[in-house]
Design a protein. Structure first.
Length: 191
């Protein structure tokens, strides 16, 4: 009796290979599974880059459309998540170059009605705002490295692949970004 691992315990790269093979064999449900697996991280990466929910939705949809059209050429030089992140970043760069950009703050989740909870939520929102401001002030490459490392949780090697760079250059960009963020946030908090 063979012991097959449940899909949640399988190696993600193995699962991605199986899904891609199924899509290439004409199984559209397999592509739906790819979208279900990666839609949320790609959306949030796009939202962090663009600061606009509508634009992030659009970039997310375009990412999966481009991926579907190019899936036959995917060579597993990186993970599927890295490849999708690279596509999304390129689309975000294009979107950011458009002349019209409207930044819309997303509403914060309403806290419980207690005073302490409201104060804590306000403090967290303030910290998040300061962090987003500091991130926005970083050079583009440093910002991309931070987004992929922190929010997408990609290893440096995969970030280098996604950004068509070297692993050491990515590490240097990350180091400089973290130092800059620490300095900026320390200044803003008076520390």
């Amino acid at each position: 009796m063979g012991t097959s691992k449940p899909s949640s315990e399988r190696d993600p790269l193995e699962r991605d290979r199986e899904l891609i093979a199924a899509v290439l064999d004409g199984n559209l449900q397999a592509f739906d599974e790819i979208v279900k697996t990666y839609q949320r991280p790609i959306f949030y990466l796009s939202l962090r880059m663009l600061k606009n929910q509508e634009s992030a939705d659009e970039v997310t949809q375009k990412t999966f459309l481009k991926a579907y059209r190019a899936l036959e050429g995917f060579q597993f030089k990186s993970s599927l998540k890295t490849w999708l992140s690279a596509i999304a970043l390129n689309l975000c760069r294009t979107e950011l170059m458009r002349p019209r950009r409207e930044i819309v703050e997303l509403p914060e989740q309403l806290p419980d009605s207690t005073v302490d909870d409201v104060r804590e939520a306000d403090e967290q929102a303030h910290r998040r705002h300061l962090l987003e401001q500091a991130l926005a002030e970083l050079p583009a490459r440093q910002k991309e490295v931070v987004m992929l490392r922190i929010y997408q949780e990609l290893p440096f090697k995969e970030i280098a692949q996604a950004l068509d760079s070297t692993e050491s250059a990515v590490k240097v960009n990350f180091h400089h970004a973290m130092k800059s963020l620490k300095d900026k946030l320390g200044d803003r908090y008076g520390e």
